[in-house]
Design a protein around this ligand. Structure first.
Ligand code: IPM
Ligand code: MG
Length: 358
């Protein structure tokens, strides 16, 4: 089969982790007899520098013509002082909105081999962690009305959190469907003790739950959920939450699995199209030094193979290859590479070893 993929390397460590992801994908192609073709597109700070806008129309066209999009990372200190509506991050938000990628899946799995990299005490994580954060991605405060107004205490800025029932319903279904394939347990996270939008969220999620009598639904307030994520993370399986809360909880979940350098994500719509990106950012401080961990990007490739292309065996092979490299003791710096019993590796070596293991 022939698969067309739009490639957005972006900024900072983006291009170097993307290079390794493509190396791995090429290896999958050879090993399983598929043809992956790539079209590279500009987005983010590099696009601002080269063509004056963070999300050129050409990039959208390239993504439209593709079956899936791989995006590495966007942003950097060079563009931090631009006005809000011109920041490179607008490119990610623009892509999410343009393709209605309302469902963001962020699996946080603690690989056995990385137990030492987890900042929590061993007894808290005994038996491992396997959580998936299902984050609403095209609504809420990220896309609500925003602006400035004058108040008695001076100029005020505001961002509106708003959710429509249809928006909550469709993301809730994604979470419940996911739970049906796992341990049939959903934790919906909101702030219903304070926010009206959360009260509606809770009402709709409770309603959708009736369609899934086998699934146990639990509601938690975001503050409590953040606390329990570090005190008792083993209780979580599927976490269903809003755009903003999901942003925060998924970073927290990633850290307890060892490093944010390990966490992939899938942003999906109805249908098979999807955008796949690591949860980590552009890490400009280590860009171009062959230090970045490409595993989150490579694991995002596995998610693309699974969710957009339905290539389950291939996806499993990529994940198994990452695990086998970890098992052999190879670690990038973020995973404590060079410590006892491990070999420190760089970005390129990590990609090479993983490709070789497929
Ligand atoms: C993420 C990132 C983005 C977000 C930023 C870069 C806009 O933090 O994907 O989690 O807030 O969604
Ligand atoms: Mg984030």
């Amino acid at each position: 089969m022939d698969y067309k993929i739009a490639i957005i390397p972006g900024d900072g460590i983006g291009p170097e982790v993307m290079e390794q992801a493509i190396r791995v994908l090429d290896r999958v192609g050879v090993r399983f007899g598929h043809r992956f073709t790539y079209e590279t597109a500009l987005a983010g700070g590099c696009a601002i520098d080269q063509v004056g806008t963070c999300l050129p129309a050409e990039t959208i066209d390239i993504c439209k013509a593709a079956d899936a999009v791989l995006l590495a990372a966007i942003g950097g200190w060079q563009w931090d002082t631009l006005p809000g509506d011109q920041r490179p991050e607008r490119a990610i938000l623009g892509l999410r909105k343009e393709f209605e990628l309302f469902a963001n899946l962020r699996p946080a799995i603690l690989f056995e081999e990385l137990i030492d990299a987890c900042p929590l005490r061993p007894e808290i994580i005994a038996g491992g962690l396997d959580i998936v954060v299902v984050r609403e991605l095209t609504g809420g405060i990220y896309f609500g009305e925003r602006g400035y107004k004058e108040t008695e205490l001076g100029r005020a800025a505001y961002d509106v959190e708003q959710y429509a029932t249809g928006e909550v319903e469709r993301i809730a279904r994604v979470a419940f469907d996911m739970a049906m394939k796992r341990s049939k347990q959903v934790t919906s996270v909101d702030k219903a003790n304070v926010l009206e939008s959360s009260r509606l969220w809770r009402e709709v999620v409770t309603e959708v739950a009736k369609e899934y009598p086998e699934v146990t639904l639990k509601h938690l307030y975001i503050d409590n959920a953040a606390m329990q994520m570090v005190s008792n993370p083993r209780q979580f399986d599927v976490i269903l939450t809003s755009n903003l809360f999901g942003d925060i909880l998924s970073d927290e979940a990633s850290m307890i699995t060892g490093s944010i350098g390990m966490l992939p994500s899938a942003s999906l719509t109805t249908g098979s199209f999807g955008l796949y990106e690591p949860v980590h950012g552009s890490a400009p401080d280590i860009a171009g030094q062959d230090k970045a961990n490409p595993m989150a990007m490579i694991l995002s490739v596995a998610m693309m193979l699974r969710y957009t292309f339905g290539l389950l065996e291939e996806a499993d092979a990529v994940e198994a290859a990452v695990q086998s490299v970890l098992r052999a003791g190879y670690r990038t710096g973020d995973l404590g590479g060079g410590g006892a019993g491990t070999t420190l590796i760089g970005t390129q070596e990590a990609g090479r070893l993983i490709a070789e293991a497929i």
